[in-house]
Design a protein around this ligand. Structure first.
Ligand SMILES: O=C(O)C1=C[C@@H](OP(=O)(O)O)[C@@H](O)[C@H](O)C1
Ligand SMILES: C=C(OP(=O)(O)O)C(=O)O
Length: 406
């Protein structure tokens, strides 16, 4: 899809983004355990819809569940299905999902008593899960590959007879997502102790009826930070967001302050504006171990702003929707820029004249399409397979059109 920019008069926009997919998918699992939970404002993303669909059918009649590209659905359902007795279900996903590791979670669940077999390759989906009631209540797990394995255990833990003690080993990646899970559990009346590297979730059979309004998606909002950073002027008022967000990616507000974007929190919205007379830095250096989903957005903004950028803490990017470090390098180089990657970092050198009419491959990764789109504010480009955005943000292109990118 060819993208070019026609500026819109006065550049002031007010709009809404739908619910966070991470929060939605946590509450969907919790709702299966506690049906008197009422959820409002769920994400309209493919990843949420696929989980909702999987959970809305009578499991006894189901032979196979295909969760396509949804990492959270794959990991959360692996734990959930393992704890529901008398089911035997094959849990599978897209070709890429079958290349994303799950061995650490499977091993932990087996230690707790689960029966899970690998259908094809050891350590990877598809899985054949025979549900059982799990008896053990202590587990030690590596936390440096994906926090989703730990979230999956935390979400089913209240339904285990004695709850669950989880000991996190090695350096914890994506830690704010674990805090988000703990807060989600607490918000419905469950008890959790989270102390540096140990998590204890207490058992509970029932909760009081509760209504939850899902906050909008901070990872989705990152693309608007990028757009505003690349625009000359403008203000965006975006709802529904809260100052004490559950989402670690709300850190994007702090990161883009370094690139001249101010965030004001109003009652249930944020207002982004450009800092007046801002002088861009020559270079920014950020550790994204806590916020890996922001890496592509920030790298591409820096490319457009001619700012040198060093990002570290990126060791999990190779096991996401694609190898995101390699994908970024391939596509950024097409603009004529120099970018160096290691297994956990990237270093982008600034360049003043971007090549135009570049064709961006998206590698079946929604964030590749969404991260590169704002660059069309600077130079015409062509995003291949733009439909990939529906994994997390189906309305993305409609919003870009509103900004003048079409
Ligand atoms: O728990 C979650 O909702 C997520 C955790 C992160 O994954 P990792 O823990 O695998 O880094 C993040 O990248 C993903 O988009 C969503
Ligand atoms: C990594 C992501 O998702 P998941 O791991 O849930 O597929 C993402 O949304 O960027």
């Amino acid at each position: 899809m060819k993208l070019s920019y026609t500026p819109v008069k006065n550049n002031q926009f007010q709009f809404e983004i739908t619910g966070s997919k991470s929060i939605s998918n946590r509450y969907l699992i919790l709702k299966t355990l506690f049906p008197n939970l009422e959820l409002k404002g769920l994400s309209n993303s493919d990843d949420t819809q696929v989980l909702q669909k999987a959970l809305s059918q009578p499991l006894k009649e189901v032979k196979e569940i295909d969760i396509h590209h949804a990492g959270t659905a794959m990991r959360f359902l692996t734990a959930y299905l393992s704890t529901i007795p008398d089911n035997e279900i094959i849990l599978t996903g897209s070709q890429r999902m079958q290349e994303r590791p799950i061995g650490i979670l499977v091993e932990a669940l087996r230690i707790l008593g689960a029966k899970i077999e690998y259908v094809k390759n050891e350590g990877f989906p598809p899985l054949k899960i025979s549900g059982k009631s799990l008896q053990k209540d202590k587990i030690s797990i590596s936390a440096d590959v994906s926090s989703q394995y730990i979230t999956a255990l935390m979400l089913v833990a209240p339904s285990l007879k004695n709850g669950l003690n989880i000991q996190l080993e090695s350096k914890v990646t994506s830690k704010p997502y674990l805090k988000m899970t703990a807060q989600a559990l607490e918000s419905v009346g469950l008890k959790v102790d989270f102390d540096t590297n140990t998590i204890k979730v207490y058992p509970q059979i029932e909760i009081e009826p509760k209504q939850i309004a899902v906050e909008s998606d901070w990872s989705s909002v990152s693309y608007f930070y990028s757009c505003l950073a690349l625009m000359k002027t403008g203000t965006f008022e975006i709802s529904t967001f809260y100052q004490d967000s559950l989402q670690g990616d709300s850190k994007v507000a702090e990161f883009y302050k370094l690139l001249g974007i101010e965030t004001r929190f109003d009652k249930e919205s944020i207002r982004l504006s450009k800092v007046e007379n801002f002088k861009l830095p020559q270079k920014i250096e950020l550790d994204l171990n806590d916020t890996p989903d922001l890496a592509q957005t920030i790298a591409v903004t820096c490319l457009g702003l001619e700012v040198e950028c060093v990002l570290t803490g990126l060791h999990t990017l190779k096991v996401k929707e694609t190898d995101r470090l390699v994908a970024l390098k391939n596509e950024i180089e097409k603009f004529g820029a120099e970018i160096f990657i290691t297994t956990e970092s990237l270093h982008l050198k600034p360049i003043s004249n971007l090549n135009s009419e570049v064709k961006i491959k998206t590698y079946q990764d929604h964030r590749m399409a969404m991260a590169f789109a704002p660059l069309a504010l600077k130079t015409d480009l062509d995003i291949l397979n733009p439909e990939v955005v529906s994994k997390s943000f189906p309305d993305f292109w409609e919003k870009m059109k509103m900004l003048g990118l079409q």
